[in-house]
Design a protein around this ligand. Structure first.
Ligand SMILES: [Zn+2]
Length: 165
C-alpha cells in the first residue's frame, strides 16, 4: 500500500490533523501528538471535486478496523521518520510570532490614528513660523527643510479641510 502527501495541518483541542493521500482518496485522523493516539475516526474524503463522477461524500471509518489501521500506521511511520511533528511545532511558533507582529503593527497604526488630531494641533502650534532661515528671517521653503515641510503639510491639511466644508 502506497501513501503520499503525508502532512500535519491544523490543531484542534490539542489534537493535530494528520493527512495522507492513498488510492484516489484523502484520509485524515486527529492525532494526539503526545501519545500518537489517532482517535476513533479515520475520515476518507474524495480527492476530486463535487460533481465529478468519482466524487463521494466523506466517509467516517473506525480507526480500529484492519484496513484503517494499515493506513494510520503508515501515516504515523512517515510522521515519525520525517519529524513532521517537530516541523509542525516550529511552523506554529513562527505563524504565531508573525500574527503577534502583525497585530502589534495594527494596534500601533490605530494608536497613531487616534492620536493624530491631538498630534496635528500640537505640531501646528509648535511649528508655525519656526523657520527663520529665509531672507529677512522668513521661512526658507527649501525642500529639505523639515520645519518648512511640516508647515507645508499643515497648510495643505487646513486648506483641504476648508474646501471640504
Ligand atoms: Zn525652512
Amino acid at each position: 500500500m502506497k501513501i503520499e502527501n503525508v502532512k500535519l495541518r491544523s490543531r484542534m483541542n490539542g489534537r493535530v490533523a494528520l493527512l495522507c493521500d492513498c488510492k484516489n482518496a484523502r484520509y485524515h485522523v486527529w492525532l494526539d501528538p503526545k501519545t500518537m493516539d489517532p482517535g476513533d475516526t479515520l475520515c476518507k474524503n474524495s480527492i476530486v471535486a463535487r460533481g465529478h463522477p468519482d466524487y463521494f461524500d466523506t466517509r467516517r471509518l473506525e480507526t480500529t478496523s484492519a484496513p484503517s489501521q494499515k493506513i494510520i500506521d503508515a501515516m504515523i511511520a512517515v510522521c515519525k521518520s520525517e519529524g513532521l511533528l517537530e516541523k509542525f511545532v516550529v511552523k506554529e511558533r513562527k505563524d504565531k510570532a508573525k500574527q503577534q507582529k502583525e497585530a502589534e503593527a495594527y494596534r500601533r497604526i490605530r494608536r497613531i490614528r487616534e492620536a493624530a488630531p491631538r498630534m496635528f494641533d500640537l505640531l501646528r502650534d509648535l511649528i508655525v513660523d519656526k523657520c527663520f532661515a529665509g531672507p529677512g528671517g522668513a521661512p526658507c521653503a527649501k525642500a529639505d527643510c523639515r520645519v518648512c515641510r511640516v508647515r507645508a503639510l499643515i497648510d495643505e491639511i487646513e486648506t483641504n479641510k476648508m474646501e471640504d466644508e
